[in-house]
Design a protein around this ligand. Structure first.
Ligand SMILES: [Ca+2]
Length: 383
């Protein structure tokens, strides 16, 4: 592994002719001798902590900056040598080192420390932990890696399931959304949102399909949104990764009236990804809003050819600041729109993930339609 490749031979336990057992403490047990010539006792009380800076309940693997603080301590130690993957060993007398990792993504990183006492006694400890490193070191403000099997984390997502429109949904969609595991769950590191053919009744209204619509319990203004996803291949399915202004007076708004109380499209909408039910070769980026001066509905957007959208994961991304809004698939620009006067894109939005069946963009649903699954590897929102 890279750790070993960058460590001078004299620091490697194997080179020193001593044995370690990684499962019980990494204390040097070798035949090293100190200056006195007598065999030195190992430093048995070495403690070693690795902490991803900016970690909190929402982002347990750090804030995306890649900064990690390493802290080692042993009573008789006079110096510590830290080993970080891809870097030369660094010596510190106080046992504290801050490093900044640069390899993007949520990856396992291994850190080690060697502690030395004046008499030659020494000890080694190692820690492996996941650290989140964002694009260009940007600070992560919301993420779900979908790495815990079972139900979707209710502290991050609201499964909107109450029909908002006389027992039905918008855009002529044919499904009911539910909060059941059948329609949304996490397994093997990804979220699945599954639209199914099944008769289902909510509040006296029966439909022939079910699915899930997850609204993030997180509002943000400006930033970068990334969603790594693989889209459903079934004709008739209409997957969407999108945002609404957090001021929208919609039943599924997790924030109620905290950010305001306006209708659609005055709230503003960003469709980072939509795909029609009859063409799985292209993806759509689109913006809908009401002019803040005239109140008139306006929209614009475009599409990109992505022939592997249903067979491979792609990163669907929004770059949003006070000047522009730009939507990408991986590094390919789909649509760029100025954030100029009259457009309501300076207020907080929240993210939504769903798979609709039929309706305006789902189109005809073939009799063979059984189910359609959108798989999401992760969601990351950066400042
Ligand atoms: Ca994942």
């Amino acid at each position: 592994m890279p750790l070993r490749a960058t460590v001078p031979c004299l620091l490697l336990v194997a080179c020193a002719g001593v044995q370690t057992d990684d499962t019980d403490g990494d204390v040097w047990r070798g035949t090293d001798t100190g200056d006195s010539g007598e065999p030195a006792l190992p430093l048995a009380d070495l403690t070693f902590e690795a902490e991803a800076l900016g970690a909190d309940e929402l982002n347990p693997h750090g804030d995306g900056s890649g900064r990690v603080r390493l802290t080692a301590s042993a009573d008789d130690a006079v110096r510590y040598v830290f080993l970080v993957e891809g870097s030369a060993p660094v010596e510190r007398e106080d046992g504290v080192l801050e490093v900044t990792l640069t390899e993007e993504g949520l990856l396992d990183h291994t850190f080690a420390v060697l502690a030395f006492a004046a008499d030659g006694a020494s000890a080694r400890e190692e820690r492996t932990m996941k650290v989140q490193v964002g694009s260009d070191g940007r600070r992560l403000i919301f993420a779900d890696e979908f790495d815990r099997d079972g139900a979707v984390d209710p502290s991050k997502w609201l499964a909107q399931h109450r029909p908002p429109l006389d027992g039905g949904w918008f855009n002529g969609e044919l499904q009911h959304y539910t909060e059941r595991l059948d329609n949304a769950w996490v397994s093997d590191g990804t979220l699945k949102i599954r639209a199914r053919r099944e008769r289902y009744t909510v509040e006296g209204s029966a439909r022939d399909f079910t699915s899930a619509r997850l609204n993030a319990r997180f509002a943000f203004a400006y930033g970068r949104v990334e969603v790594r996803a693989k889209l459903p291949s079934a004709a008739g399915a209409w997957p969407a990764i999108w945002t609404l202004g957090a001021n929208v007076n919609e039943l599924g708004n997790p924030f109620g009236t905290t950010y305001g109380n306006v209708g659609w499209p005055a709230c503003g909408e960003v469709d980072i990804l939509e795909q029609v039910g009859w063409d799985k070769q292209h993806t759509i980026a689109h913006f809908h809003w009401a002019d803040t001066r005239t109140g008139e509905y306006a929209h614009e957007g475009g599409e990109l050819r992505v022939p592997t959208s249903t067979t491979a994961f792609h990163v669907y991304a929004l770059e949003w600041d006070a000047e522009r809004l730009e939507v990408f698939v991986d590094d390919d620009l789909v649509w760029s729109m100025p954030n100029d006067a009259g457009r309501p894109y300076d207020n907080p939005h929240y993210l939504l993930l769903n798979v609709a069946v039929g309706g305006n963009l789902g189109g005809d649903v073939p009799a063979s339609f059984d189910e359609a699954v959108m798989e999401v590897d992760w969601v990351r929102i950066y400042e």
